[in-house]
Design a protein around this ligand. Sequence first.
Ligand code: PHE
Length: 447
Amino acid sequence: MSNRAQFVTKMGVIAATVGSAVGLGNIWRFPYEAGQHGGGAFLIVYLLCVFLLGIPVMIAEFVIGRSTHSNALTALQKLKPGSSLSKVSYIGIVASLMILSFYSVVAGWIMEYLFQAVTGGLSGHTSEEYATLFSTFTVNPWRSVMWTLIFLLANFMVLRRGIEKGIERISNIMMPVLFVMLLVFCVNSLFMPQAKKGLDFLFNPDFSQITPKVMLGALGQAFFSLSLGLTCLLTYASYFSDKTPLVRSATVVALLDTLVAILSGIIIFPAVFSFDMEPAAGPKLVFQILPEIFQQLPGGYLWSVAFFLLLFFASITSTISMSEISITYFVEAHKMSRSRATGLNTVIAMTFGTLCALSFGVLSDFKVFGMTLFELFDYVSSNIMLPIGGVMLSVFVGWIVDKKVVEEQLTDYGARKITLMRPIRFCIRYVAPLCISLIFLYGLGVL
Ligand code: PHE
């Protein structure tokens, strides 16, 4: 323990974990998934997934990470030598590299939009022009690949500086500012002409729309947004101190993450209906709508620059956390130096990130199971690997790890009384593994 880094301040723990959770998943992916899956119907299932399945799995990851202070593979082996469930760490490594690859493409779009915002390219256009701006940019092989690579390079530089300095400092400053900005945009959206229609879409569920596909989409989104099921938060928890309140931290992180997603929905959907756009537009949704929103705000230039800058930081605190999975593994299990491990992580992501970026242009006809590479990476990691990882982690903590170890962690080594101890354990043992498995099998059409 002594020579592993630790988060220095109490705020650092929450801020860095929130930094991992809050990112493009909330602001870009949530509105587009909700828009494609019926709005309110999606939101309801999503909330159930976060609170009944997400929080228990997050606590499970925290328990494993903090009780062992090791990378995922070593941690699981320490707790139960020879357990086949320790293979979940390989799922985590592969899933994290897949997510890093396509996520960097979208983070690259954020950088392009930041660039456009700074140089004045985001103001004074019509709706059609904003739509064209997005499509011509993403189709252009050079430009989108260039930004993907620049983003990964930035990610690489932050990572080389190590845990406390890099992660903590950035997330401590940026997250609260981003939050305040989102609140301002929310208020602005509430005054739009079609605000009511947008809010109805998001908050008034049409239960007939809850299909197995919507459920799997919501489950995948919940896990993606909370950074769960791929041992990312397990790795973060391995840096927690013994005094970090585990259960409370998990709850606060889930609440904040969900709040940001909902705020993002409140910003986007009133605008979607007011500007006469399609809620089911997919990945391009927020990129077409946000510039229009900024254009209408007084001082739109500054808002757009500030927003894309903060979104860049929100993205990089997330990619740092997903990179940490493979880096910690390369360092601790393969005895690589940290800088080599960081380099390897970056090279892998650059290779696949380039392919994902090209799948909007030159590779758009290259499809596997009817999906482009970008869609495939997203779908397979979020809707398949993360739920499987979640089941394995909750089964491991619920059934395999010694009950005493779990209790010791939930009470922070006896420092706190956890009144909800039994329901929490019940969710970890039964609710999470069963419900995740059912939604997963239903969603894939196996059941
Ligand atoms: N939770 C992050 C987001 O919402 C994405 C992420 C997924 C981060 C998996 C780490 C691991 O943007």
